[in-house]
Design a protein around this ligand. Structure first.
Ligand code: FE2
Ligand code: FE2
Length: 347
């Protein structure tokens, strides 16, 4: 701790830094995709073949989209970068047990189910990020470790109140675990990178979600996601593949569709008595309207920042981080800063 080193690219030193990581030692995170310029140009041309010669609209459309994505990444390699200091704070969350599940002011039964399901699914993504970026972004890894721990604790606390919630989501848990942690490093990078690029929008884009529907554990999680997602997306990009990001995007779109639209039906199947309550149907309409917005936001984020190479907005990240902090304070969620590291982001 307390290590301060001069920036390779800038003249000033950050004043709030407790540890500045040296970009020369491999911890700076360049924004461009790992694939080389030659390969990018080659695959751009390969994509043009079905684009021009494709017999069906689907084939030409896919070829055109693929060519455009590869060419955008090719051009991105020549774009000038500016460097920003991204401070990552490792925090100690003091709220425990059932406190983690509180804070959601909505009585929407489907939203409660959505929050509960995320407690089971999110730790897998957190472990995926840790697995790949532990050495590049150690402080982020520590944040992810805490996320996994607190979601597990929240799920355990919830388990005491709701009958058997784990069982009804076991299939999705096992499927996510298989895809993220057992299908090889490139699959982890592609799906976790897409998720990190999408939390940028789906966590807070429809603002009422944060204030009304997020329980405390999700609120804290998304606060830290908005703090580190620029770094994780860049860290993953460095090791990722433009082809996989493109080819696996439909898998992400299907996965998020299941994640965002299935919770009401799983809950109603597990608790058929809900079908007798008219509120269930009103909640269902509200849930779907709301999730449609989040689904579109999440997928736009992935297309813009993961499939295409558009840089993420620093201003929006700072703005939402402040909003999350304010909401956490308002709810009285307690945490303590333990230490911080500053990384260099090449935007
Ligand atoms: Fe996380
Ligand atoms: Fe994350």
């Amino acid at each position: 701790m307390g290590v301060r080193q001069r920036m390779a690219s800038g003249d000033e030193e950050p004043t709030t830094t407790t540890k500045l990581v040296d970009p020369e030692k491999g911890v700076s995170v360049p924004n461009s995709i790992g694939t080389s310029t030659t390969v990018l140009l080659a695959v751009t041309i390969v994509g043009m073949v079905p684009w021009y010669l494709g017999k069906s609209a689907l084939m030409s459309g896919t070829g055109m989209a693929f060519s455009m994505v590869c060419f955008a990444h090719f051009l991105d390699k020549f774009r000038g970068r500016y460097h920003i200091h991204q401070k990552i704070v490792v925090r100690d969350l003091q709220s425990t047990g059932t406190e983690l599940n509180q804070g959601c002011s909505s009585t929407n039964v489907h939203m409660q189910e959505f929050n509960l399901m995320l407690d089971h699914i999110f730790p897998i993504f957190d472990f995926g990020v840790m697995k790949v970026l532990q050495s590049d972004l150690p402080a982020v890894s520590k944040q992810e470790h805490l996320h996994a721990k607190m979601h597990r604790e929240a799920a355990k606390a919830e388990n005491g109140r709701v009958e058997d919630p784990l069982k009804r989501w076991t299939w999705l848990y096992l499927l996510t675990d298989f895809l993220i942690l057992r299908c090889g490093k490139m699959m982890t990078i592609t799906l976790c990178g897409a998720t990190e690029a999408s939390t940028y929008l789906w966590g807070y884009a429809p603002f009422c979600y944060m204030d009304k529907y997020m329980d405390n554990v999700l609120l804290f999680h998304f606060m830290e996601e908005s703090e580190h997602s620029m770094l994780t997306v860049q860290g993953f990009k460095k090791q990722g593949s433009v082809i996989l990001n493109f080819v696996l995007y439909p898998l992400f779109a299907i996965f998020t569709f299941v994640l965002f639209f299935l919770p009401p039906y799983v809950r109603m199947l597990a608790e058929p008595s809900l079908l007798l309550n008219p509120k269930t149907y009103i909640d269902l309409v509200k849930f779907h309207l709301f999730m449609t917005v989040i689904y579109i936001g999440a997928n736009l984020g992935v297309i813009a920042h993961w499939v295409f190479p558009l840089p993420m907005s620093i201003g929006l990240h700072e703005f939402v981080l402040d909003r999350f902090m304010d909401e956490l304070k308002l709810r009285g969620v307690k945490f303590e800063d333990t230490y911080s590291e500053t990384y260099i982001c090449h935007q």
